[in-house]
Design a protein around this ligand. Structure first.
Ligand SMILES: Cc1ncc(C[n+]2csc(CCOP(=O)(O)OP(=O)(O)O)c2C)c(N)n1
Ligand SMILES: [Mg+2]
Length: 278
């Protein structure tokens, strides 16, 4: 690996750590929110906003921008932390997360927050929303891309599979979707609640270019997106294996941290862990 490449990974890892701290600070201050799935998605969202997407925080409605839709809208903290850090709105706004009147509610609202492309939170809808927008872009002859992030529990929703058929029918190769495959939903294991595996052959059977990667590896996320962009005629689904609660030892792989805020002692411990050198 060249020196420049290794510096790039180091800076993305440092950014991921900063975003994790910001997520926990928001949720702790609000005494409410979803830490587990926000933490598992950090590398995907960081790779998109700091490396892969064409976007301009000073001009959030720039027509040629790539779009990102957080279909698993309960993980709004990861999106807000990244949007604020990029400069879409002041970082101080993060202190108002989930407060009455704040534009940063528990789930993203497209008409309230600069940089939010679609209102989400009702699981199962974001993939359809993104595919519809992507079809509109194709019909207009626009060349930007649509990135959509779904939860694995979310993929149990029937509408996701209608969207899968739609994406194939309209050959939406301007869509690159991810499943945050952390194997947990609110009440426990996805495989106990409603089994999804074998997940990759299902997406392949629905006609998508399908990949399975380590969702915490910047190298794999970026390399796979670059590969997917070269394939024409089909949408892409990247099944990103992750750890729910990633980065905080006592939150990792614990369903209980799906929607529970840390108390002050837990928050201090988590921040201490996340302050250690990359
Ligand atoms: C239609 C709908 N049903 C139920 C919920 C409540 N809910 C919020 S998060 C969640 C679990 C999601 O699990 P997963 O998609 O795996 O997310 P992650 O593990 O990434 O947090 C549920 C059931 C919802 N937001 N929308
Ligand atoms: Mg999950």
């Amino acid at each position: 690996m060249s020196r420049i490449e290794s510096d790039r990974w180091t800076s993305l890892h440092a950014k991921a750590r900063e975003i994790r701290r910001s997520i926990l600070t928001m949720i702790h201050r609000a005494r409410s929110g979803h830490p587990g799935g926000s933490l598992s998605a950090v590398e995907i969202v960081v790779a998109l906003y700091y490396h892969l997407m064409r976007h301009d925080p000073k001009n959030p409605r720039w027509p040629q921008r790539d779009r990102f839709i957080l279909s698993k809208g309960h993980c709004a903290p990861v999106l807000y932390a990244v949007l604020a850090d990029c400069g879409y709105f002041p970082k101080e706004d993060l202190e108002t997360f989930r407060r009455p009147g704040s534009h940063l509610q528990g789930h993203p609202a497209q008409h309230k927050t600069p940089g939010v492309e679609a209102s989400t939170g009702t699981l199962g809808l974001g993939l359809s929303t993104g595919l519809g927008m992507a079809l509109g872009a194709k019909l207009r002859g626009d060349s930007h891309d649509y990135y959509i992030l779904c939860g694995d529990g979310e993929v149990q929703e029937g509408q996701v599979w209608e969207a899968a058929m739609f994406g194939h029918k309209y050959r939406l190769d301007n869509v690159i979707a991810f499943i945050d495959r952390n194997y947990l939903q609110t009440d426990g294991s996805t495989e106990q609640v409603m089994p999804l595996d074998p997940l990759r052959p299902k997406w392949e059977a629905f006609g998508w270019n399908t990949y399975e990667i380590d969702g915490h590896s910047f190298e794999q996320i970026i390399g796979t997106v670059r590969h997917a962009q070269l394939q024409r005629g089909r949408p892409a689904m990247i099944i990103a294996r992750t750890t729910k609660g990633k980065g905080v030892s006592f939150m990792e792989n614990e369903a209980g941290w799906h929607g529970t805020p840390p108390n002050s002692e837990q928050y201090e411990r988590a921040m201490e862990e996340l302050s250690r050198a990359v």
